[in-house]
Ligand binder design. Structure first.
Ligand code: SF4
Length: 420
C-alpha cells in the first residue's frame, strides 16, 4: 500500500507489504502481523521513497511514482501503534542523503490484509489503561470541573487540565476520570539531553511534542493530587516523571517531602518514579520515604550506545546502575522503560548485554516502548558508536527472555503493587 500526495492511502496491486530491520527489507507475512490495534494512527512519510515487494518480479522495488500512473507521486505509510504493541519491523522507506529527521513518533511497518490494516507488531500488554474508547471527552471535562471546585488553588491540577484537554495526554485524562494511573509532573529541568526528548528539543529540525511544566509544584500540591487519586481509585498508581517535564530527581526538594506527606496519610496506592535514574542518593531517600516502584528509561544497556542517545550532562551510566541496585536493595519494584527499535534492540550485541544486565541487576519488569525517533537515523547513529552485529528479531528476543527469566514481567504500563 502507498499514500498519494493528498494523503489518501490505497493498495498497490501486484506489490506486497515490507518492513525494515536495520537496513534490511523484510517481506511481511500474515503470521508476523496482527489487526492494526484500535487507536493506532497511520502516517504518510513525505520526502521518503517507499520500498515494496514486486510479486511478479520477486524483488524489492523502491518507488516514488505510482507504477500504474507515473505522473502521480506516492509515499510510504507507517503506523504509530497503540500502547502495548511492540514494533517487529519499522516502516520500509528510503531517505535522501540530506533528509532531516522525521518528527518524534515511532514508525511501525504496516500492510493491508483482506479488508483491514495489519501492523507488524507484538502485543505485550492487554490493559485498557489508555484505550481512548473508555475515556470519553465529556467525562474528562466533568472531572476537570469537579477538581476546579474541590481544589481551586492547586496549580498542579490546573497544569494537568492543559495536559488532558489540550495535549490529549491519556495520563492526564485518567486523573480526571479517576482510573488507573495519575501523573505527578514536577521538574522543569533535566540532566540529560536525549536525541528524542519529547519535552525539549533545543536544536533545529525537531520539535518537542509538549512544553515542560513552567513551575515547581509544592510538596502539598503534589500530595493533594496523589491522595485525591489514591483515595478514589482502586489499586491506584501515581507517577512522577511525565512527558511534560524534565527529570523528576532534579526536583527532589519537592518530591521527597511529597512522598513523606502521602505516606503519613496512607499506605494505600503505588507511588512510582519514572526516571533516568541519574541521582542514586535521591533514589535512596525516596525509597526510605515510601516510594514503591521505579521505572528507568534506557535505549540500551551498553554504556556507549546509552550515552550516545541520552547524552548525560552531569551523570554517568554507573550512576544509573547504582540507582537500580539501591532500589532493589530496598526491595523496591524496578522496571526498565526499554526504548526499542527493530534492527538495533534485537541485535546480537544488544541482546547479549541485556541478558547480562538482567542477571546482574535483578530487575522485575521490562516495559517495551517503541522509540519515538527516525528509525533509520537512529540505527545508523547507534551502529556508528557500537555496531550491534547480526539481527535476532524482536519476537525471538522477547521469547528467549521469557524462557531465560520466567519471573521477569513483560508489559507496557506501571503495575500497581498488588501485581508486583
Ligand atoms: S531524560 Fe526525559 S526529560 Fe530528560 S532529556 Fe531524556 S527524554 Fe528528555
Amino acid at each position: 500500500m502507498a499514500a498519494a500526495e493528498n494523503g489518501d492511502i490505497f493498495e498497490l496491486e501486484g506489490y506486497g507489504a515490507v518492513g525494515f530491520s536495520k537496513d534490511q527489507p523484510v517481506r511481511l507475512t500474515r503470521s508476523q502481523t496482527l489487526a492494526m490495534p484500535h487507536g493506532s494512527e497511520l502516517m504518510m512519510l513525505p520526502d521518503r521513497a517507499l520500498v515494496a515487494y514486486n510479486l511478479d518480479r520477486d524483488r524489492f522495488d523502491t518507488l516514488t511514482r505510482n507504477p500504474f500512473a507515473p505522473d502521480e507521486k506516492i509515499f510510504p505509510v507507517a503506523v504509530f501503534n497503540s500502547p502495548g504493541y511492540v514494533n517487529r519491523y519499522f516502516c520500509a522507506y528510503k531517505a535522501p542523503e540530506d533528509a532531516g529527521p522525521l518528527p518524534l513518533f515511532s514508525y511501525g511497518a504496516v500492510g493491508f490484509g483482506r479488508n483491514h490494516f495489519r501492523s507488524a507488531a507484538i502485543q505485550v500488554d492487554t490493559e485498557p489503561r489508555q484505550d481512548l474508547r473508555q475515556m470519553p471527552e465529556n467525562k474528562v471535562i466533568q472531572g476537570v470541573g469537579h477538581m476546579q471546585k474541590k481544589y481551586p488553588n492547586n496549580r498542579l491540577m490546573r497544569h494537568l487540565e492543559t495536559c488532558a484537554l489540550q495535549y490529549g495526554c491519556p495520563a492526564g485524562k485518567n486523573f480526571f476520570l479517576q482510573r488507573y494511573e495519575a501523573p505527578l509532573p514536577t521538574s522543569r529541568v533535566c540532566n540529560a539531553n536525549c536525541l528524542g526528548c519529547i519535552s525539549l528539543q533545543p536544536g533545529p529540525g525537531l520539535h518537542a511534542c509538549q512544553d515542560r511544566i513552567a513551575f515547581t509544584p509544592t510538596a502539598a500540591e503534589i500530595a493533594q493530587v496523589a491522595l485525591e487519586h489514591i483515595f478514589h481509585v482502586p489499586r491506584a498508581v501515581v507517577s512522577f516523571g511525565q512527558g511534560c517535564e524534565g527529570e523528576p530527581l532534579t526536583a527532589h526538594k519537592a518530591i521527597v517531602p511529597a512522598v513523606q506527606m502521602i505516606r503519613e496519610q496512607t499506605g494505600q496506592g503505588t507511588i512510582n518514579l519514572n526516571t533516568n535514574a541519574s541521582l542514586p542518593e535521591h533514589v535512596k531517600t525516596l525509597c526510605q520515604s515510601g516510594l514503591d516502584s521505579m521505572r528507568v528509561s534506557m535505549n540500551s544497556v551498553r554504556q556507549k550506545t546509552y550515552t550516545a542517545y541520552f547524552r548525560p550532562s552531569s551523570y554517568t551510566w554507573e550512576d544509573v546502575l547504582k540507582s537500580i541496585d539501591t532500589a532493589r536493595a530496598h526491595n523496591k519494584f524496578v522496571a526498565v522503560n526499554y526504548l526499542n527499535c527493530p534492527g538495533f534492540t534485537d541485535s546480537e550485541k544488544e541482546a547479549a548485554a541485556l541478558f547480562a544486565f538482567i542477571r546482574d541487576h535483578d530487575i522485575n519488569m521490562i516495559q517495551w516502548r517503541n522509540l519515538n525517533y527516525d528509525p533509520r537515523q537512529y540505527v545508523a547513529a547507534m551502529e556508528t558508536v557500537a555496531p550491534g552485529g547480526p539481527i535476532l528479531g524482536m519476537a525471538p528476543l522477547i521469547n528467549s527472555l521469557k524462557q531465560t527469566f520466567p519471573r521477569l514481567i513483560h508489559g507496557y504500563f506501571n503495575p500497581p503493587k498488588e501485581r508486583f
